[in-house]
Design a protein around this ligand. Structure first.
Ligand SMILES: Nc1ncnc2c1ncn2[C@@H]1O[C@H](COP(=O)(O)OP(=O)(O)OP(=O)(O)O)[C@@H](O)[C@H]1O
Ligand SMILES: [Mg+2]
Length: 223
């Protein structure tokens, strides 16, 4: 799904935290959102996911305006929420809400638990997991929902090296299988370069066209 942003502005009280005249993420691309603490990454991801009101501007989801097409969009939060039930039930939860057939729920849940290496946690209560286990469960839940636009807020923060490459591989697999568009925030320049087709650099709420770290992979802002 192609994502187009026009004149997006967001303020908390009187403080403007996002000001993006124009930005586009092409269909099927993996884009990194990179910036310092407080740059506005989570705010932008939450707006794109349709869970943060109060912004002005225009967001186009593959030709459809915001509001009419959020079913195909999933956000994995910086601190994911787990329901008070098993890992397996947490992963299947969005599919059950959508009334997908039980067989399909089991198939997708098993598949993504295997890919993310959390099969052994299937029957554990999801509220009693470690930070990394919680992140992987949240990712499996997002993949199983099969969004066309997958938004990830620091999905590998605090994750060990082996799990990080497992998650990165899962992202590549998902993108290739579903031809999904993926936008992930990260503080890691290495991860952005390793994983993304392009990097969006946020600096105090603005997209920087030039960045010394990402010479040829920075998105044009359209100015
Ligand atoms: N609910 C809120 N009320 C007021 N200000 C907020 C709120 N949420 C975020 N902010 C402010 O908006 C700015 C952008 O915050 P945001 O969480 O989007 O940054 P971020 O790039 O995700 O940072 P980090 O890397 O630390 O996660 C910050 O200055 C933050 O203090
Ligand atoms: Mg954040």
């Amino acid at each position: 799904m192609k994502v187009g942003i026009e004149n997006l502005q967001m303020s908390y009280g009187k403080r403007k935290v996002l000001d993006i005249p124009a930005l586009e993420i092409a269909d099927g691309k993996m884009a990194a959102l990179w910036g310092d603490n407080g740059a506005g990454k989570s705010t932008l991801l939450r707006i794109l996911a349709g869970v943060l009101p109060g912004w002005t501007g225009k967001i186009d989801y593959g030709g459809k305006a915001c509001g009419s097409y959020l079913k195909g969009v999933t956000l994995v939060h910086q601190t994911p929420y787990m329901f008070n039930c098993s890992v397996r039930e947490n992963i299947g939860y969005p599919l059950r809400l959508r009334k997908e057939p039980e067989k399909e729920i089991v198939r997708r849940t098993d598949e993504w638990m295997r890919v993310l290496g959390i099969d052994a946690l299937a029957e554990r209560n999801a509220r009693r997991l470690s930070g990394g286990e919680t992140q992987k469960t949240a990712l499996a839940r997002a993949f199983a929902a099969e969004p066309e636009l997958l938004l990830l807020d620091e999905a590998t923060a605090g994750i060990d090296l082996a799990s990080m490459s497992c998650i990165e591989e899962a992202l590549r697999t998902y993108r290739a299988q579903k031809h999904a568009t993926i936008l992930f925030s990260t503080h890691s320049r290495e991860q952005a370069l390793r994983l993304a087709d392009c990097v969006i650099c946020l600096d105090k709420g603005k997209v920087r066209a030039e960045n010394e770290f990402f010479t040829d992979r920075v998105y044009s802002t359209g100015d």
